[in-house]
Write a protein of this length. Structure first.
Length: 247
């Protein structure tokens, strides 16, 4: 495969990953607490391409080295629902997932038939110490800015609000949850966390920017496809010319 086709194919692969990432961001633009993914580009140099005796630079290929998550805060929107809670600061709600604790910024909570405060997926919201918040009457719950939950003045518990000094220890699980993949990183209590009841945090996906980038990446993809087609045509003609000369 010639250098033009190799470079174009590498670019196509990187653009395909970008398209998938941008499409997923736009699909979750209305998901509460969703954090946008972004890409970090790098250049790949094959080890066999490095010639110590040569003074020329080896060929490099564009690749997406890794994805990273933008944890910046989204806009807060009022819902009027007393079970909706939003962060006005850094921090995460801790919930009990199927295989252990999960963390989320989406405070769209509800009460189970048993009166337990849960997420829309049914995961119990963890209280400080690892327990759950349980309603004891039909009266609405009240959430203090520090996460304390009361009902008719009676204390039900305090939400387990945590923060991470190293967000690189978090990986996405679903669209609004994160999982800690580094057991050495124990999330400390988010002492400075501030909550507001009756509001939800929107996704931090910039929809206009995402749409523009999506169109741009698609155009780049088309240009790279044309480059590959051009390279194939050039190779075909070169083979035909060589065959004609040798006749």
């Amino acid at each position: 495969m010639d250098a033009l086709t190799i470079s174009a194919a590498s670019g196509l692969r990187a653009r395909m990953e970008s398209l998938e990432m941008l499409a997923n961001n736009l699909a979750n633009a209305a998901t509460g607490g969703y954090k946008a993914d972004r890409e970090f580009y790098s250049l790949y140099i094959a080890p066999e391409a490095v010639d110590p005796s040569s003074s020329s630079s080896p060929d490099t290929l564009p690749v997406i080295e890794r994805h990273w998550t933008d944890f910046s805060q989204g806009l807060l929107r009022s819902t009027g629902n007393p079970l909706d809670v939003a962060f006005m600061s850094k921090g995460f709600f801790s919930v009990q997932g199927p295989t252990g604790p999960l963390y989320t910024r989406n405070g769209n909570f509800r009460l189970s038939p048993q009166g337990v405060l849960t997420t829309p997926e049914g995961y119990p919201v963890r209280a400080t110490g690892g327990g759950a918040i349980r309603s004891v009457s039909e009266k609405p719950l009240e959430f203090a800015p520090d996460g304390t939950v009361t009902q008719e003045g009676a204390l039900l518990g305090k939400l387990e609000l945590v923060d991470f000094n190293r967000v690189d220890a978090l990986v996405k699980q679903g669209n609004a949850y994160f999982r800690n993949v580094d057991p050495k990183v124990a999330p400390p209590t988010a002492a400075a966390a501030q909550l507001e009841q009756g509001k939800l945090e929107s996704s931090n996906v910039p929809t206009a920017e995402g749409a523009v980038r999506l169109v741009g990446v698609m155009r780049q993809f088309e240009m790279l496809q044309k480059a590959i087609a051009l390279g194939s045509e050039m190779n075909r003609r070169a083979v035909e010319e060589v065959a004609r000369v040798n006749q």
